[in-house]
Design a protein around this ligand. Structure first.
Ligand SMILES: [Mg+2]
Length: 233
């Protein structure tokens, strides 16, 4: 991992709390639907709607909200009261206006690495939402580059590295999602450090193939990253 030209960090659940907010919103939604269906039925219906809708709407709170409303219409056979739609919309606005809370150690680690490495914030999702979160996080000044992409796969990473003129072997990606942050990087021959968040969104769950399982490092928290870089350097 020596001679890195760029270290990129995923944002949601790597730099700041995110999935915990969606989990809380989903718990509220189960409550709203409790009069119609048990919680596990609500969860499964929502997962299915999201799976179909990601291709149409992408990621983020607005996409999630459309999926909640669509699921609620389906689960109530079209009898969904407008007051429930209003509650879902109010919840979405709360999520969007909520403070952005950096994870422990994040700011220290960025300050420590910034003099040595160019740093990139590399997140996927809705540009408007992600830009607002980056601004609210107070972390923007640590990054030389900020990129918001609509999907993170091997093709997108390869194109991005090409754009910056960086060889995959001199690139490190740090993130919480095996599916989005780690396995595509292993696939293109880059370095990856997996730092799991305490919960994982069902659509980000992935199991590495045997071939990819040894291709990355794993840490318990981001505070351990400088030591790993020093050890590998
Ligand atoms: Mg993430």
């Amino acid at each position: 991992m020596s001679d890195l030209d760029l270290i990129a960090f995923d944002a949601d659940d790597t730099l700041w709390h995110n999935e915990s907010k969606f989990a809380a919103a989903q718990a509220n939604f189960r409550q709203m639907m409790a009069a119609y269906h048990p919680g596990d039925v609500v969860d499964e219906a929502l997962n299915q709607t999201e799976r179909e809708n990601i291709h149409h709407y992408g990621y983020g709170v607005k996409s999630y909200t459309l999926s909640l409303i669509e699921t609620a219409i389906r689960l109530t056979d079209g009898q969904l009261p407008a007051s429930v739609i209003q509650k879902v919309l109010d919840g979405a606005k709360e999520m969007i206006t909520d403070a952005v809370e950096p994870l422990e150690h994040v700011e220290d680690v960025l300050a420590q690495l910034k003099p040595t490495y160019p740093l990139m914030l590399l997140t996927k999702g809705d540009l408007f939402e992600q830009d607002a979160k980056i601004a609210k996080s107070g972390l923007a000044s640590y990054f030389t580059h900020i990129e918001v992409v609509s999907e993170k796969n091997a093709q997108v990473y390869a194109a991005l590295l090409e754009k910056y003129g960086i060889a995959p072997a001199r690139f490190l990606m740090v993130g919480n999602s095996l599916r989005s942050d780690i396995l595509p990087i292993v696939e293109i021959g880059g370095h990856a450090v997996h730092i799991p968040y305490h919960i994982t969104w069902v659509h980000e769950v992935a199991t590495p193939s045997q071939e990819h399982a040894d291709g990355y490092e794993q840490l318990e928290h981001i505070g351990q990253l400088p030591a790993l870089l020093a050890q590998k350097g």
